[in-house]
Ligand binder design. Structure first.
Ligand code: GLN
Length: 542
């Protein structure tokens, strides 16, 4: 049983300063010094989880092994730390209230008036300590979503205040992430917003131990001294976090600034061993020095907000580095693709990825993109809805099943090649009711995917309701699209491929969730390799 220590990360001045990346970078440095670390995110909004949030609102919904639908920051945690997270790593106000209200209904409060303090704060404190109580971790980094001063984050800051007191200062500290804006007219970096946000935090009874200052320009010693003076910290506790070329540079930048050392000193933990970043830096070297470029089209309907496909674009960074190529993603809106313009719009691409998604909007464009990739031997990768679109396209254009569709898009289709599983048919709630989390899959001998994974038995994460309808499978396979991966228990199709095509793979699951810096996902790595072969075979492009 470890004596777990806690690092709370709060945010000041504005949102979007990158608390998740700072938390993940610190965790990486501590992990590479030999500590076992995990990160938790507390989100102050009232949704139970981000599963029902429109991706335009909050970016991608990230799915964990145990099937939790979570904030996309958990994706960063896994990509940096290379260890899985779980339901316990992401808690929202909605979930906190839900469980307090359920307890109230069960009579667990014995007639007491249920209040924000102590009942909501107790629930928050319990959730914070769930990971610590496992005894598996030396250090837990807990990121408080939102900005200090927000009404909705008050109960979280109050819970942190109570825990700091209960744990003692050598066991729990606070990092406050703020912004040092540059005023072009004055030609100066300004500390006042940080002073104010620290004061705001202090009004809630919490004094930050370390300030991490986001900035576009280097922070001079005199600014550090000023911040130290006004914010009750030492100069060495003021850490500069300058804009980086890539998020993957941030661990090195934090190392240079000594963030990990300061944290360990404050937690009274040994800090003489340096972090081992050899493999990480090898990845960075390859990422920054590509030998070739490939053009990959990402066809989706939320492309205006790249965060909606965060794990996919990060998986391309990992896979690109592994292949020593730069992956240029072309964000293509599926609603803008028509039979007529597809050849022109997709002409320059070396690979086409049709993205996950829900609902009818934009699906005909996705189907056209699949057709173009299939007929022109362009590497094709379909993920979840993308795989379903590949099956629909094949059924319509190769099998001649006119109007073939998914019952998600057309419940009266004559050829429901994608359909609901029986057990999904009576479910009316949206939240948390999909096939979620890790499911097993057996890969067929002599298939492309079997070669790519180098194993027969795999497990991948899911987030969907609809499935390939096995009634049509024989027909589909006879025509040349083969189900090369299936769930052993349910026989549901997990992978399809067209062996005659150079690279045509559709997966019902989401491989992107499991791609990390240290373990790029094999399907992404092989897809990028196929796109490179395509690029090299084009006389004009390169
Ligand atoms: N809408 C499809 C389904 O529910 C695909 C979901 C997805 O792409 N994640 O099955």
């Amino acid at each position: 049983m470890k004596n777990t220590k806690y690092v709370f990360v709060t945010g000041g001045v504005t949102s979007s300063l990158g608390k998740g990346i700072i938390a993940a970078s610190l965790a990486k440095l501590l992990q590479e010094r030999g500590y076992s670390v995990t990160i938790q995110k507390l989100d102050p909004y009232i949704n139970i989880d981000p599963g029902t949030l429109n991706p335009y609102e909050h970016g991608e919904c990230y799915v964990t092994e145990d099937g939790a639908e979570t904030d996309l920051d958990l994706g960063h945690y896994e990509r940096f730390l290379n260890i899985p997270t779980s339901q316990a790593n992401n808690v929202t106000t909605g979930r906190i209230y839900q469980s307090v209200i359920e307890k109230e209904r069960r009579g667990e409060f014995l007639g007491k008036t249920v209040q924000v303090i102590p009942h909501i704060t107790d629930e928050i404190k319990d959730r914070i300590q769930i990971l610590g109580n496992t005894g598996d971790f030396d250090i837990i980094i807990t990121e408080i979503g939102g900005t200090v001063g927000d009404i909705e984050s008050l109960p979280y800051i109050e819970s942190v205040r109570q825990l700091l007191w209960e744990f003692g200062h050598e066991n729990a500290i606070v990092i406050h992430l703020t912004l040092i804006p540059y005023l072009a007219a004055a030609g100066e970096l300004k500390t006042k917003p940080t002073q104010h946000s620290v004061k705001m935090l202090m009004q809630s009874g919490v004094s930050p131990d370390i300030l991490v200052c986001r900035t576009e320009y280097e922070i001079s010693d005199s600014i550090k001294n000023k911040l130290a003076l006004f914010c009750n910290v030492k100069k060495e506790d003021v850490i500069e976090s300058i804009d980086a070329e890539t998020i993957y540079d941030v661990p090195n930048l934090m190392l240079k600034e000594g963030l990990d050392t300061v944290v360990l000193k404050k937690l009274q933990l040994p800090h003489d061993r340096q972090p081992e970043l050899k493999v990480w830096n090898e990845f960075l070297m390859k990422f920054k020095n590509p030998k070739n470029t490939v053009e990959i089209g990402l066809i989706g309907k939320y492309v205006e907000l790249h965060d909606a496909y965060k794990s996919i674009s990060e998986a391309f960074i990992h896979a690109g580095a592994q292949n020593e190529v730069k992956v240029n993603i072309h964000w293509i809106h599926s609603e803008e693709l028509t039979v007529k313009n597809v050849p022109k719009k997709l002409k320059k691409l070396n690979g086409i990825l049709v993205a996950p998604g829900f609902g009818e909007r934009g699906i005909e464009g996705k189907i056209e993109a699949v057709k173009y990739a299939r007929e022109n031997n362009i590497p094709f990768f379909g993920i979840c809805l993308g795989m379903q679109m590949a099956v629909i396209e094949f059924s319509r254009n190769v099998l001649g099943l006119k109007g073939a569709n998914s019952t998600e898009m057309n419940s009266n289709t004559k050829y429901p090649v994608i359909d609901l599983m029986e057990e999904q048919k009576n479910i009316t709630d949206y939240g948390g009711t999909m096939r979620l989390g890790a499911w097993d899959c057996i890969l067929k001998d002599d298939s492309k995917v079997r070669d790519i994974y180098h194993k027969e038995h795999i497990s991948e994460r899911h987030r969907h309701r609809y499935e390939l309808n096995n009634v049509f499978l024989e027909q589909v396979e006879k025509a040349g699209m083969i189900a090369t991966g299936k769930n052993p228990k349910t026989n549901l199709v997990e992978v399809i491929e067209i062996p005659k095509h150079p690279w045509f793979v559709g997966v019902q699951y989401h491989p992107e969730y499991k791609s990390t810096v240290l373990n790029p996902h094999p399907l992404f790595v092989d897809f990028v390799k196929a796109t490179l072969n395509h690029a090299l075979s084009q006389p004009t492009n390169h």
